[in-house]
Design a protein around this ligand. Sequence first.
Ligand SMILES: CC(C)(COP(=O)(O)OP(=O)(O)OC[C@H]1O[C@@H](n2cnc3c(N)ncnc32)[C@H](O)[C@@H]1OP(=O)(O)O)[C@@H](O)C(=O)NCCC(=O)NCCS
Length: 191
Amino acid sequence: MLKHRGTDTLKTERLVLRPYLEGDGDSMYRNWASDPLVSRYLTWAPHESPDVSRALVSEWAACYGSDRFYHWVITLDGEPVGDISVVRWNEQNEEAELGYCLSRSLWGQGLMTEALRAVSLYLFDQIGFHRIMLRHDRLNPASGRVMQKAGFLYEGCLREALLTREGRWADLCVYGATRASLLDCAKEKQL
Ligand SMILES: CC(C)(COP(=O)(O)OP(=O)(O)OC[C@H]1O[C@@H](n2cnc3c(N)ncnc32)[C@H](O)[C@@H]1OP(=O)(O)O)[C@@H](O)C(=O)NCCC(=O)NCCS
């Protein structure tokens, strides 16, 4: 059975993952939400103004009263630089699905792999999820690489499973992990 406790602050070697605070909206807009290349393979469109980011942050900040809300802002040296969250979960099957994005200026340094491992271990060890899964657009292989490096296994492809904002039917690659498979994989990679 899941033991919900919401969005605890998590620390990794380089990052602090914490609940959003009122006031994070401007950094969110500046660092990732306004960048069309960040949201290129995501369901949301780039934010047109900081007001859009501020309003979303306010909405999320109001949700932390619930112990079933798992949504972190990723910070580096105190600056909000990205986002990682449980986008969906199934209580019965104790399964969570995660989504994430990061400021383009920081891509390619292993930061999202670090964040994904920390959140996955939290969800397995503290909340008790049995399985975590992620999906990415087949045209976005960098995201699949993050999943592999964090210890997730490729499970297959859902063909034409998502109609994108630009009207393209996207194939979605599915990755999954149980706690045991994540730790086994980490042992192999000496993480
Ligand atoms: C996907 C994303 C989160 C990756 O974050 P990151 O911190 O740069 O990831 P990491 O540095 O941990 O790893 C990226 C890996 O992808 C690889 N990569 C980059 N571009 C690639 C490409 N076109 N094809 C294949 N691999 C690619 C990198 O080389 C790296 O692998 P390596 O360490 O083996 O060299 C970031 O690019 C992002 O925010 N993208 C926009 C939002 C998004 O797509 N979110 C995921 C939706 S499913």
